[in-house]
Design a protein around this ligand. Structure first.
Ligand code: SF4
Length: 263
């Protein structure tokens, strides 16, 4: 089993050897709730070991690797939220990819979904570069932040209900720290949509009492914030044409427009 030791020099590693580690769901809630800044929260997220199945999987993947990346060191830890400290736009995904974020240590970085996502974000002015391949590649989000509902790569891209529940406090605290600046939340896929509703309600955003069904381009406005649904740029969705580059551009242009108009 292998993973990057906290504070050992990985580009952008938010943690140090002294960062407290959550070993169960109760400790996640305690450490997330007690994080006073994004930096503190991000560090704590990045060393969490609360879900035994996911810890074993992420470290096993980091150990065995994919042949194409056999010479690379894998991150092998939870992948924390990343981007602007005071974002006007928050993108929410499901979980890091085993050979993407779990390899590079940065969400949507080094995988096909990220290729589609960052190319679109760049076209609409929300990312500095059109690709996101490594933690030290100079990529930067502009007025935006990206976070996953579950921070560890799950087997088959399917976290268990108890793993989703255990991880939720990290996202809730992250959103509570950025919500004063937030104008738009883009949920990538139906699971992120569900998670966005739960999370936004938990931080006090007064969404409609009945959850609106997920759909691409669906918008829900509440408390000066707009939630937008977007098909996930997964390999399956992009390969089958369920989501295309112009479809992504429409959603992210709309997000940028709403964020701008709310200034
Ligand atoms: S999924 Fe979330 S709660 Fe579970 S180990 Fe990873 S970071 Fe911790």
């Amino acid at each position: 089993m292998s993973y990057v030791s906290p504070g050992s020099g990985w580009p952008g590693d938010p943690a140090s050897p002294d960062t407290p580690v959550a070993h169960d769901a109760a400790q996640v809630a305690e450490l997330a709730g007690g994080s006073r800044t994004l930096a503190e929260l991000t560090a704590r997220q990045s060393v969490c070991r609360a879900c035994p199945r996911l810890v074993e999987w992420r470290e096993q993947v980091a150990d065995v690797k994919r042949r194409a990346f056999a010479d690379e060191e894998y991150w092998g830890r939870p992948v924390p939220g990343w981007g602007a400290e005071k974002p006007r736009i928050l993108l929410m995904g499901l979980a890091p990819a085993a050979h993407g974020g779990n390899r590079t240590g940065r969400i949507f970085t080094g995988d096909r979904s990220g290729d589609w996502l960052f190319a679109s974000l760049h076209r609409v002015g929300l990312a500095a570069q059109e690709t996101s391949v490594r933690a030290d590649d100079g990529q930067r989000l502009i007025g935006a932040r990206v976070a996953a509902a579950v921070r560890c790569a799950p087997p088959g891209n399917k976290p268990l209900p108890q793993e989703r529940a255990a991880c939720a406090p990290w996202l809730v605290r992250e959103v509570s720290l950025v919500v004063p600046d937030l104008r738009v939340v883009v949920a990538l896929g139906s699971f992120a949509w569900q998670s966005a509703w739960t999370t936004l309600r938990e931080v006090g955003v007064r969404l409609p009492p009945r959850r609106v069904p997920f759909g691409h381009g669906v918008e829900v406005a509440a408390d000066g914030l707009t939630l937008i649904g977007c098909y996930h740029p997964s390999q399956q969705n992009t390969f089958t044409g369920r989501v295309t580059a112009p479809m992504l551009d429409v959603v992210f242009s709309r997000a940028a427009e709403l964020a701008e108009s709310a200034v």
